[in-house]
Design a protein around this ligand. Structure first.
Ligand code: BGC
Length: 802
């Protein structure tokens, strides 16, 4: 193995690359307040000047919206308003700031939704999507686009899963950051949502997420942390729900300590629409802007009164107003006004994006691509072929200028070379129409191949409601079974925003997951099934066999408003690995029309410290005869941990494009945080000494190369023990044991003398698990409570290496 040079970096536990990228972007886009130049409209000097001229009433007004979508302008001081609009996968811009824009929103490109975008595992593409969205937003006069959503898919039942990226925090964070970078490069801000632990729709306005501290940090904070540190969104949207009993709009721990102090967030916190319960508490906790504005601006008076009666410090309000002014003035100053939205070009781009996301789950034979075999007579089955399902339901609903449908596309583009017939197969309701199934089965049986377009109708996936099961409509399942019975070349093409069960999977040779592909998704499906595009999507979420296998099965959605995160850190593939449950299709899985081989995994050193950056290289070769893209995935496994850790955790990925026979060496860099877990005892991330395995592969269950490294920590941490710590903690520690003997020599001499196995056993079985504070009694006064406390203090002044 080649031993390369180790680069030493200090990086606060975040990937060093993340920081250099942030710095570059800050320079280009002059994002943060700290970057503001003295003569810029949003400079501290200008803001202070404005603030000094504002009345208390005006300050209060500025911390609440004017109406549905805009902030409050103050004409007297030339403070403009800014316009916000949903998001995330296209603009839902209402005709005016005081109308809601449901149904009458302006036309805008509907890109594939987040679950599709994530399946591309393509950070560069994500940035391009962001740029296109940024252009459309600025053409429509929108200053802040309400997205991306980086909440974790804790259960496949989550009603908004289509709007979120992944079950994995690292993947979600990286894609979120790229989206933000793309949008903001166009002079439009973003609102990273829904912060945080917002994982059920049921009772979403008051659900209380009971999530333990380690899990909150490792799983639910992480995507937000990555996106904030790497891309500095102009705003973060505070969630509806409570976390550990405190509303997301009024939690100082979450809004100030984490977001602002730990991660260095420089923008403003905007409430989710109508999420504010107590504005004064919100302002105290780090929330800036209540949205939307309330009729008659009633809640402003509450803020004014709170300042007047001394309940709210005006300096605190000033800080919030200052941050809002910075964003508002900056948004106006950098706003561009492109002549149009670029709708035609964006339609073609949306097709490319959708094709990058399509995930080939199964391809026996191989049946696909159609262009590669002799099948000429094609039966296209399913209402979705003429009436496509292409986006989710709720606030993210875009009104696209046009929507492609599969039958039109294939007739136009392939009609001369293939005989293509259509049968409806099912209707969009929930009833099973046997005559439609029979007609479709007859047509399919006579063809060379059947393409069945199935999936979830609109009413199955929506903001505001969770799914009750992971099944397709019975009409779709029955149709697929009927077609597969007489047609061996049955290809199922699914459109849905989240995982579904596939009871028929063994009876069909091919399954294509096309997600909710946006307005041009139908063309992308055609590109993939006919072979114009070699599929390269990979699952960003596990597809389970049954709902009962899923991590949150026993605790989803909520009981009496309480959501128990009982599976802890074992979300998604972490759960299936730990429980040894075979999924239907694992996280990271996706096939190609070509083959990739992995070789020569090398690490820059076999022994590292927590201060080092480890470089990992692996060679990937396209060993087939078709050009294609592969998503190379790197996972880390902590083999010796003081806490229970997942069998593997995603810490890097790259999408590579390879011609037949071509190879590429892919490089990853791993830093301290990539090896660390969140220690609740120390309230920070810690990479512990010990052996780690570096796993590189084509999916979470298809690891092709492995390598071990040993980490030796250079940290010196103080013990964090208390009088309630167990005797065991002191006794089993070679450094502390002699001190313990010093503390109670007589009692220990009596109880742990050599050759007294019975008493040894008593010590082990009973004494070891006693809190130290009980020893004044056990030792009949040999040690006093004061002495125990002093002893603990002495231990805590000592350090150890984790
Ligand atoms: C949703 C947000 C959305 C907002 C504005 C809320 O109900 O949760 O995601 O941005 O409405 O439409």
């Amino acid at each position: 193995m080649a031993a390369c040079q180790i680069t030493r970096t200090k990086n606060n536990g975040m990937n060093a690359k993340g920081f250099s990228l942030t710095m570059t972007l800050l320079t280009i886009a002059t994002v943060g307040a700290t970057q503001a130049h003295a003569d810029e409209a949003w400079s501290d000097k200008n803001i202070d000047r404005l603030l000094s001229r504002m009345t208390l009433e005006e300050k209060a007004m500025l911390t609440s919206g004017r109406d549905a979508w805009s902030t409050q302008p103050i004409d007297r001081l030339d403070i403009p308003f800014i316009w916000m609009a949903d998001g995330p996968h296209g603009l839902r811009r209402a005709p005016s700031t005081d109308t809601w824009g449901y149904g009458d929103q302006l036309p805008a490109t509907c890109f594939p939704t987040a679950s599709a975008l994530a399946a591309s595992w393509d950070v560069a593409l994500m940035r391009e999507v962001g740029t296109a969205l940024g252009r459309e937003a600025s053409a429509l006069g929108v200053n802040i686009l309400l997205g991306p959503g980086v909440n974790i898919k804790r259960s496949p039942l989550g009603g908004r899963n289509f709007e979120y990226f992944s079950e994995d925090p690292y993947l979600s964070g990286k894609l979120g950051a790229a989206y933000i970078e793309g949008v903001q490069a166009k002079g439009v801000g973003t609102s990273l949502k829904h912060y945080v632990a917002n994982n059920v729709e049921t009772e979403r306005m008051w659900a209380n997420s009971n999530v333990d501290e380690r899990t909150l940090n490792e799983i639910y904070f992480t995507p937000f942390e990555i996106a904030v540190r790497e891309a500095q969104p102009w705003s973060v949207m505070a969630c509806y729900n409570r976390v550990q009993g405190v509303y997301g709009t009024q939690s100082p721990d979450i809004l100030t300590d984490k977001l602002k102090k730990d991660w260095g967030f420089e923008g403003i916190v905007v409430s989710d629409w109508d999420a504010v319960i107590d504005r004064v508490e919100g302002i105290r906790s780090g929330m800036h802007l209540e949205m939307p504005g309330k009729p008659g601006h009633l809640t402003n008076q509450i803020v004014i009164d709170a300042v007047r009666n001394g309940e709210l410090d005006e300096a605190r309000l000033d800080g919030v107003v200052r941050d809002i002014l910075r964003v508002v003035l900056r948004a106006k100053a950098v706003a561009a006004s492109p002549p149009d939205q670029n709708l035609d070009e964006h339609h073609d781009f949306a097709r490319r994006v959708a094709s990058e996301a399509i995930t080939l789950l199964k391809n026996d034979g191989p049946v696909l691509p159609l262009a590669g075999n002799r099948h000429r007579k094609i039966a296209v089955i399913g209402e979705f072929a003429v009436n496509p399902r292409y986006q989710g339901n709720g606030s993210s609903e875009v009104k696209p200028p046009r929507v492609d449908n599969f039958m039109d596309i294939v007739r136009q583009e392939y009609g001369e070379d293939y005989e293509i017939e259509y049968a409806q197969g099912y209707n969009l309701g929930d009833d099973v129409d046997f005559s439609l199934i029979e007609g479709a089965a007859r047509l399919a049986a006579e063809a060379d191949v059947a393409l069945v377009l199935a999936g979830l109708p609109l009413q199955y996936e929506s903001e505001g409601i969770d799914r009750l099961h992971i099944d397709l409509p019975p009409s779709h399942n029955r149709l697929i079974e009927a077609i597969a019975a007489d047609q061996p070349n049955t290809v199922v093409v699914l459109t849905n925003g989240s995982a579904v069960a596939m009871p028929w999977v063994d009876n069909v040779p091919a399954v294509v997951e096309a997600w909710l592909g946006g307005q041009a998704g139908a063309g992308a499906i055609a590109d993939v099934v006919f072979g114009k595009v070699n599929p390269s999507g990979k699952l960003a979420e596990t597809f389970p066999v049954r709902l009962e296998d899923t991590p949150a099965f026993l605790n989803f959605p909520a009981e009496d408003g309480e959501v128990l995160y009982g599976e802890r850190i074992f979300v998604g593939y972490r759960w299936y690995d730990e429980r040894n449950i075979a999924p239907l299709f694992p996280f990271g899985h996706g096939l190609s029309y070509t083959e990739f081989t992995y070789s020569d995994l090398e690490v820059s050193a076999e022994r590292i410290s927590n201060e080092d950056t480890l470089t990992v290289t692996v060679t990937v070769t396209n060993s087939g005869d078709t050009a294609g893209k592969e998503v190379v995935q790197l996972y880390v496994n902590d083999m010796q941990a003081s806490v229970r850790r997942p069998e593997k955790e995603l810490r890097g990925f790259r999408k590579v494009d390879l011609a037949p026979g071509e190879n590429q060496t892919v490089e990853f860099e791993l830093a301290e945080r990539d090896f660390a877990h969140y220690s609740t005892r120390h309230k920070r991330w810690i990479a512990e000494s010990g052996e780690f395995r570096i796993l590189v592969g084509a999916s979470s269950r298809d690891i092709r190369q492995r390598q071990s490294v040993t980490l030796q920590s250079t940290e010196k941490l103080n013990y964090r023990l208390s009088e309630y710590s167990f005797f065991r903690e002191f006794w089993s520690n070679p450094e502390l044991q002699p001190l313990l003997i010093e503390l109670m020599p007589n009692w220990l001499g009596d109880h742990v003398g050599e050759g007294e196995p019975l008493q040894q056993a008593v010590i082990q079985d009973f004494i070891l698990d006693q809190p130290l504070i009980k020893f004044p009694y056990f030792t009949a006064g040999e040690v006093s409570a004061e002495q125990v406390r002093a002893f603990v203090e002495r231990c805590n002044s000592m350090t150890y290496t984790p």
